[in-house]
Ligand binder design. Structure first.
Ligand code: NAD
Ligand code: IPM
Ligand code: MN
Length: 361
């Protein structure tokens, strides 16, 4: 097949990981007989510097015209002046909103070969992956009021409509049907009116899926259950902010935040794919960040937007195989691992070799 992939490298380690994703997609294209064409567009802090806006009109127009979007990360200390009117993160939020990418899938893969570096007792680490379904275009991120005030008080309002909760709930329940048949819905219904509406709506949607087991979990308790007994979870559906926080927490189960991919989807086949991590300013520019979150995001893109399931699985298998050889970037370091840490590029080299031996060259 022929496909155009729009790369949005962004800031910090964003360009470092998208470069590796491109290498893997290019090689996969050669091996599996697909023609992937790559284009680049500006977003985030670099877009503020070069074009005066975190999401330039030209970038938005090109994103509207492209089905497969692969983003690195945005943000960094250079653009974090709290009084600035334009911020890198706003570019990403606008893009999600403009494309109506309301369903953010964040799988948390569990790798047997990384078990020993997860800082949890081995018997607590789940056998299966978890799947977060995070609502991405509503909630407190997009409430009616975002005001700085006069400097003594500021506002961000939280609201949800029934329609917004319904559509993301359907995504979560449908996903559970393909998995282990369980949905945990996260809320704060004991305190917040918007979260009582969330809970009531989830309950109504659950009636359409009698074969799926559903539980409500208050967010504070959920944060505890996630590390005390993560195996109790299968699909976790949450609002925008709770989903953001809990998925970073859950990344510890995968060995590192650098391992987690995501897909942001709307009703159609278009998708924005990005690692869950940010621009990692503390390690940016050193060539040592973990590319796996970005590579697994590319795999999700092949699966959800380009309908190339076998190719998506090939990348996932290659990542698993590379980890099994002991290949580790620095964030996957542990006293028990003797292998020297690989650079971003070297880690990708190992994954490319695994891909090649799988696909027969
Ligand atoms: P971060 O995710 O960038 O980093 C948190 C920690 O994880 C750091 O110690 C970092 O070194 C480590 N880490 C992250 N990705 C890694 C990788 N691929 N390999 C190895 N280690 C990795 O979060 P932060 O430091 O809180 O935020 C930095 C900036 O990134 C902020 O401006 C924030 O707004 C932005 N951010 C952007 C996105 C996005 O673009 N989707 C997501 C999260 C944060
Ligand atoms: C993420 C990030 C973003 C979010 C920021 C950068 C806007 O943390 O994608 O997880 O909060 O959604
Ligand atoms: Mn986040």
């Amino acid at each position: 097949m022929k496909a155009t992939i729009l790369l949005l490298p962004g800031d910090g380690v964003g360009p470092e990981v998208t470069r590796q994703a491109r290498r893997v997609l290019e090689r996969l294209g050669e091996l599996a007989g697909h023609e992937f064409a790559f284009e680049d567009a500006l977003i985030g802090g670099c877009a503020i510097d070069e074009a005066g806006a975190a999401l330039p009109d030209e970038t938005l127009a090109r994103c509207r015209d492209t089905e497969a979007l692969l983003l690195g990360a945005v943000g960094g200390p250079r653009w974090s002046d709290p009084t600035a009117s334009e911020r890198p993160e706003l570019g990403l939020l606008r893009l999600r909103q403009e494309l109506d990418l309301f369903a953010n899938l964040r799988p948390v893969p569990v790798f047997e070969s990384l078990r020993e570096l997860v800082p949890l007792r081995a018997d607590l680490i789940p056998e299966h992956d978890l799947l977060f379904v995070r609502e991405l275009t509503g909630g407190i991120y997009f409430g009616e009021r975002h005001e700085q005030g006069d400097g003594t008080r500021a506002w961000d309002t939280l609201d949800y409509s029934v329609a917004e909760v319904e559509r993301v709930a359907h995504v979560a329940f449908r996903a559970a049907r393909q998995r282990r048949g369980k949905v945990a819905s996260i809320d704060k219904a004991n305190v917040l009116a918007s979260m009582r509406l969330w809970r009531r709506t989830i309950e109504q949607v659950a009636c359409d899926y009698p074969d799926v087991e559903m539980e409500h979990v208050l967010v504070d308790a959920a944060a505890m259950h996630l590390i005390r007994d993560p195996s109790r979870f299968d699909v976790i559906v949450a609002g925008n902010m709770f989903g953001d926080i809990l998925s970073d927490e859950a990344s510890v189960l995968a060995g590192s935040l650098g391992m987690l991919p995501s897909a942001s989807l709307s009703d159609g086949t278009q998708g924005l794919y990005e690692p869950v991590h940010g621009s990692a300013p503390d390690i940016a520019g050193q060539g040592i960040c973990n590319p796996i979150g970005a590579l697994l995001s590319a795999a999700m893109m092949l699966r959800h937007t380009l309908a190339l399931e076998a190719e998506a699985a090939a990348i996932e298998t290659a990542v698993r195989a590379a980890l099994e050889t002991g290949a580790r970037t620095a964030d996957l370091g542990s006293a028990k691992v003797t292998t020297e840490a690989l650079s971003t590029e070297q880690m990708t080299d190992v994954i490319l070799r695994a891909l090649e031996s799988q696909l027969g060259t």
